[in-house]
Design a protein around this ligand. Structure first.
Ligand SMILES: *Cc1c(COP(=O)(O)O)cnc(C)c1O
Length: 224
């Protein structure tokens, strides 16, 4: 089933839109199955779980960290994931940069944005994001490479609401780029769209979708 689900989604994704298979709460075996079907980008949201998986799964997997990252767990993630998608405070950005500098690398990150009516409390508002960008974080935090932004739409069936949220996320990305592109040569990722809304995200200009249950089936949340 995993292979079929992946194939079906991939045939519907335009070229250039990345598929991140969100493998949180799913077993090593199921991830290996997706890997065997050619999938190379996987998303995890818990540090402990990620650490168990990275030890046993193939080294050429591009891991995306998509969950709330506590500052005391930064060391376990920096340098091990291709992309930290969920940078939700400037403090976290600063600490990631510091750890990356210590390791002699640059860590690719996305800034998490939260738009109106979204339920999560994590992320910058568009206004906060502009404020941060206006302080030239690329100068202050040389250990990070800003790759773009990540966001979620409101958890609702209202397609107009979802569309408005995704448009707001895309607009914020475009605004940042239009003012600062000379300092942000690698700022090219808009990560939005999950199992229930990725087709709407496509129509609003996503470049990277994060899909879990539509690939792996529903997760057993009761265990967590
Ligand atoms: C769990 C999760 C997803 C995937 O959700 P599905 O609805 O299973 O596709 C995407 N993004 C984030 C940030 C998540 O935590």
């Amino acid at each position: 089933m995993i292979k079929e689900n992946l194939h079906k989604i991939k045939t519907e994704l335009p070229a250039g839109v990345e598929l991140v298979a969100v493998s949180k709460f799913n077993s090593i075996e199921r991830i290996a199955e997706a890997y065997a079907a050619g999938q190379r980008h996987f998303g995890e949201s818990r540090v402990q779980e990620f650490m168990t998986k990275i030890e046993v799964l193939p080294a050429d997997i591009n891991w995306h960290f998509i969950g709330h990252l506590q500052t005391n767990k930064i060391r376990q993630v920096v340098g091990k994931v291709a992309l930290i998608e969920s940078v939700d405070t400037e403090k976290l950005l600063a600490l990631i940069s510091k750890e990356a500098e210590k390791q002699g690398i640059r860590q690719d990150v996305l800034l998490q944005i939260h738009v109106a009516f979204e339920e999560t409390k994590f992320g910058f508002t568009p206004a906060e994001l502009h404020t941060l960008i206006n302080t030239s974080p690329w100068v202050k935090y040389p250990g990070i490479r800003l790759r773009g932004i990540m966001g979620m739409a409101s958890n609702t069936d209202n397609e107009q609401r979802i569309t408005a949220d995704f448009k707001a996320i895309r607009q914020t990305f475009d605004d940042i780029l239009s003012h600062h592109s000379q300092y942000l040569p690698d700022f090219n990722i808009v990560s939005m769209g999950m199992s229930g809304d990725w087709k709407i995200a496509l129509s609003c200009g996503t470049t990277s979708v994060r899909i879990g249950s539509a690939i792996f089936g529903s997760r057993m949340y009761a265990n967590h």
